[in-house]
Design a protein around this ligand. Structure first.
Ligand code: 7TS
Length: 429
């Protein structure tokens, strides 16, 4: 069992109290929120930043000379600087978007469509979220390029030899996830980027699942573009980030145009303003950006090492318990440095949605289904999986409530509930 690094009970978790929603009861039970890969809950500091902005500083940005507009503009730009520092970028390389999906689409629309020619290849992996798959599929379809998929192993890691074998002089773009939202697999992005750069490909990284863990350092990864969402990193919905290397952003065409992003407009044409605002037409999600800055402050207050240490310990604990149950199939790599706290599994004889529904009756929030990864579901040969994904405020109590909830599922559906440990004690394992 892992060392005593996690608090056993929710009451002892030093962060849980920062999140007001976690005081809620669900179906008469305390809430064990284990759906953090979908979205995280918000700490008081982030909620307060939103309220403070609207109560004291609200105005449009970069337009007025009045005091409020200047305050709003500087808060918005301060947030950009905080996000840039958080990922090791410069502020001019950080574009605020509505989320990871929009960020990836902006690159597909504004960069890939200009880059790809008939016969060119886009290399993806079998573990991509639809948001990092469909935009490339569409870009390929429109340009006559083809998409290829690097395979994954049976334990849910990327097959590095296959990735290497599929890279060739026709590979113009590689789009891959930093961590899988289903398997928890952490991909060796720095290594993969170096391989892709050797054949001259542009590398786009989906960091939706790793930004919340403080794992993104664009200088170390050396990727060309990188996308993530605020709402998965304890910030608000409706705000996200596209990072791009300065030279590539200069080459990218704005996918969306309008006010606030131009240098000059006449009846025939317009010229673009400076990067990054060239890619932020219209009124941006100002309050969201400011509150994302507060989320970054919060995460930096906790510290990436602490985030990782807590999650790794709790992940090992949960995986050990689930692996011990002979009627549970766990997908993804074993506990260790190469995975996050996203734990997907199926309970034999019960549909994933039924598992999630009964767990909800016990106050345990998990997600079930294909998790926007239908290519991965085909590879795993399952219609869907149950996913428990850990956040900063989870403790062993949440994992224990998940395990107890699974016993309830077994009771309700009349399926066997002998755990590996019990089976061994009874001499049946
Ligand atoms: N990429 C990955 C790896 C994701 O996990 C998600 C969202 C996205 C992209 C898209 O992010 P969005 O904020 O633009 O929607 N993943 C999930 C999930 O796993 N369950 O709900 C949303």
């Amino acid at each position: 069992m892992s060392d005593n690094t996690e608090n056993t009970s929710n009451a002892e978790n030093p962060y849980r109290g920062d999140f007001p929603i976690l005081a809620r009861e669900i179906n008469g039970h305390p809430l064990s929120y284990l759906d953090n890969a979908a979205t995280t809950q918000k700490p008081r500091a982030v909620i307060d930043a939103l309220v403070r902005f609207y109560e004291h500083h609200n105005a449009n940005v970069h337009r007025g000379v009045h005091t409020l507009s200047e305050e709003a503009s500087s808060l918005y730009e301060e947030a950009r600087a905080k996000v840039a520092a958080f990922i090791g970028a410069s502020a001019a390389e950080v574009i605020f978007t509505r989320g990871a999906t929009e960020s990836l689409n902006m690159v597909a629309l504004g960069f890939a469509r200009g880059l790809l020619r008939p016969g060119d290849e886009v290399l993806l992996t079998e573990m991509e979220h639809h948001s990092n798959l469909v935009p490339w599929q569409e870009a390929a379809r429109e340009t006559g390029a083809v998409t290829r998929f690097a395979r994954i192993t049976d334990s849910g890691t990327l097959e590095l030899e296959d990735f290497a074998a599929q890279l060739n002089e026709r590979t113009r773009l590689v789009a891959l996830t930093h961590a899988s939202n289903v398997l928890g697999t952490l991909n060796p992005v720095a290594e993969l980027t170096a391989m892709a750069h050797k054949v001259g490909a542009v590398v786009v990284v989906d960091a939706a699942q790793t930004a919340p863990k403080g794992l993104v350092d664009v200088a170390a990864l050396d990727c060309d573009f990188l996308a993530f969402s605020g709402h998965k990193m304890y910030g608000p919905t409706g705000i996200g980030v596209l990072y791009g290397k300065a030279a590539l952003l200069e080459r990218m065409t704005p996918a969306f145009t309008g006010g606030g992003m131009i240098a000059k407009v006449d009846k025939e044409r317009a010229s673009w303003g400076e990067v990054p605002r060239r890619f932020e037409p219209g009124t941006p999600p100002i309050a969201g950006a400011v509150a994302l800055g507060a989320a970054v402050d919060y995460l930096q207050g906790v510290g990436p090492a602490e985030l990782r240490r807590r999650e790794a310990g709790l992940t090992a604990y949960a995986l050990e318990a689930l692996d011990a149950a002979e009627d549970v199939t766990v997908f993804g790599p074993p506990a260790g440095d190469h995975r996050t706290g996203v734990i997907s599994f199926n309970l034999r004889g019960v549909h994933p949605h039924d598992v999630a529904e009964v767990l909800d009756e016990t106050g345990v929030a998990v997600r079930a289904g294909h998790h926007c990864c239908q290519v991965l579901m085909q590879r795993l040969e399952v219609p869907g999986v149950v996913r428990a994904s850990l956040g900063l405020y989870n403790s062993r109590e949440d994992v224990e409530r998940l395990l107890a909830g699974l016993n309830r599922v077994r009771e309700v559906f009349g399926v066997s509930g002998v755990s590996g440990g019990e089976a061994a004690r009874r001499g049946r394992a």
